[in-house]
Design a binder for this molecule. Structure first.
Ligand code: UDX
Ligand code: UDX
Length: 467
């Protein structure tokens, strides 16, 4: 076996995955030079901002790592050509959204950015380069990357420039909000590839902080599929518990109690059993739709239908919540003031991609509601863009609030959609005095304890709590 010495790493894509992942690699491997490049200059400027509060993504613990690595062995830039040509190892971590048009629209992943990145690597790389898929990709995408690299290589050989490539798959399993912890203490690291020298070079990097027995090496396709399957299984659990939440409301059972009771069975486990307004985030829906598309492509319609139902149930859960709000407020929210607490798709992130709050809020706005939205980390601009991206007939008005009391002033109802820490243990006696009667609290994340509101005039509806 040939030992490949890695000195310089480049990552294309300074997003929620590329940024934190490269920061942790730079932190754990001070001898490596890590360059993160992105076509978005505004984003790169934000990564280089001297005020760490202006980093483009909020992730607990990330600022501390950036403060000790940036400028030492971690660099953010838009210099694609030089960063690629200097690198021994290149991670591709660009976005792979669901296609909006053409074959597979609404299901298949749009690989344009991955392909563009591979072409740039092929063009600028020098010597031997290990190319690593970090983005979640459909199974067998590595083949496409290999083809692009090989074709360009052939062209280069005509010019007598020797270039060689090895392609590996190294999917990321970090969850937003806990990314740093997930990267520093991963359950496992997965590396797929046929070239054992390249695999070995990547394993050596991870061995700087991950125990060897937690590094799993597989073939390329198993690695690619494992990422899709892991996300599909996780999302499936959420749809399963959400289906049970509706059942609980109909029958008088309590979903918290049911989750506890089933979660203590070791075979089931107690994680990912929190009922809520449905899963959001950039990965779950996209990856399942990808799996659905590929199942159809490979002639497995029953498999496609099975996984599609996980997404169907997720959308249904969001619609269900909006309809319950409407029903409890006497069938109309037209002109009524409603506070939305939490707009991000989960706590501890400023990310709103696929957040249930987008659909639920826009449905309420279509009904003419007046929303005051409070989220500790999500900006006005982000919400505005989210509403602009979806087509809906806005009959209402929305504004941002800077605090919980400001959001709740004169509202008829509060809808809690994200479980931010600061929403727990609120002084509901005081907050109730700010609201209009009859005041409703709709809690979709089990944030409010019934005891906290017992001396108030608030009507509390909790997701998954039957009467
Ligand atoms: C993305 C994918 O969504 C996910 O499937 C994958 O697992 C990892 O990459 P994320 O990092 O959350 O996740 O995406 P995003 O925050 O959108 O970052 C991607 C970055 O790539 C953007 O900053 C974009 O400007 C950049 N990019 C895109 C390039 O630098 N070059 C391109 O050609 C395209
Ligand atoms: C997910 C995977 O967890 C991660 O391994 C993968 O790399 C990317 O996709 P992420 O989307 O960042 O990570 O967050 P996650 O914590 O998985 O939550 C996803 C969604 O499910 C959120 O909207 C969350 O609120 C919801 N969720 C999660 C529930 O509704 N109930 C649960 O019990 C857990």
């Amino acid at each position: 076996m040939r030992s490949i010495k890695i000195q310089k790493i480049c990552c294309i894509g300074a997003g929620y995955v590329g940024g934190p992942t490269m920061s942790v690699i730079a932190d754990k491997c001070p001898d490596l030079e890590v360059r993160v490049v992105d076509i978005n200059k505004e984003r790169i400027d934000a990564w280089n901002d001297s005020d760490l509060n202006n980093l483009p993504i909020f992730e607990p613990g990330l600022d501390r790592i950036i403060s000790r690595t940036r400028g030492r062995n971690l660099f953010f830039s838009t210099e694609m050509e030089k960063s690629i040509s200097d690198a021994d190892m290149i991670f591709i971590s660009v976005n792979t959204p669901t296609k909006t048009k053409g074959l597979g629209a609404g299901q298949a992943s749009d690989l344009s950015w991955v392909e563009a990145s591979a072409r740039q690597v092929a063009k600028y790389a020098k010597g031997h380069t290990i190319v690593i898929e970090k983005s979640t990709l459909p199974v067998r995408t590595a083949q496409a990357i290999k083809e692009i690299l090989k074709t360009t290589n052939r062209e280069n050989q005509k010019n007598e420039i020797a270039k060689t490539f090895s392609v590996l798959s190294n999917p990321e399993f970090l969850a937003e909000g806990t990314a740093i912890n997930d990267l520093e203490k991963p359950d496992r690291v997965l590396i797929g590839g046929e070239d054992s020298d390249a695999v070995d070079a990547l394993v050596k990097i991870y061995l700087n902080w991950v125990p060897g027995e937690q590094i799993i090496c597989t073939n390329l396709w198993s690695s690619e599929l494992s990422k899709l399957a892991a996300n599909a299984f996780l999302a499936q659990r959420i749809s399963s518990i959400n289906s049970i939440s509706a059942f609980c409301e109909a029958t008088g059972a309590d979903v918290q109690e049911v989750a506890k009771a089933i979660g203590t069975d070791k075979r089931i486990g107690n994680q990912f059993l929190s009922a809520g307004p449905g899963f959001g985030g950039s990965c779950f829906k996209k990856d399942i739709l990808n799996l659905v598309y590929l199942s159809g492509y490979f002639g497995l319609p029953e498999v496609a239908d099975y996984w599609n139902q996980v997404v169907v149930l997720n959308t249904w859960q969001q619609d269900r919540i909006y309809k319950i709000v409407l029903e409890k407020l006497f069938g109309t929210v037209n002109g009524k003031n409603i506070a939305i607490l939490g707009f991000s798709f989960k706590a501890n992130t400023n990310d709103t991609r696929e957040s249930p709050a987008i659909r639920i809020s826009s449905d309420l706005l279509e009904e003419g509601a007046i929303l005051s939205i409070y989220d500790p980390k999500v900006s006005f601009k982000r919400i505005e863009e989210d509403f602009e991206k979806i087509s809906f007939n806005n009959q209402g008005i929305w504004k941002m609030a800077n605090s919980i009391p400001e959001a709740l002033k004169n509202v008829d109802a509060v809808l809690i959609l994200t479980a931010w820490d600061e929403f727990f243990g609120l002084d509901w006696n005081y907050l109730a005095s700010l609201m209009r009667s009859p005041a409703w609290v709709f809690d979709t994340r089990s944030v409010v304890d019934r005891k906290e509101i017992e001396n108030t005039c608030i009507n509390l509806w909790k997701l998954g709590e039957g009467n």
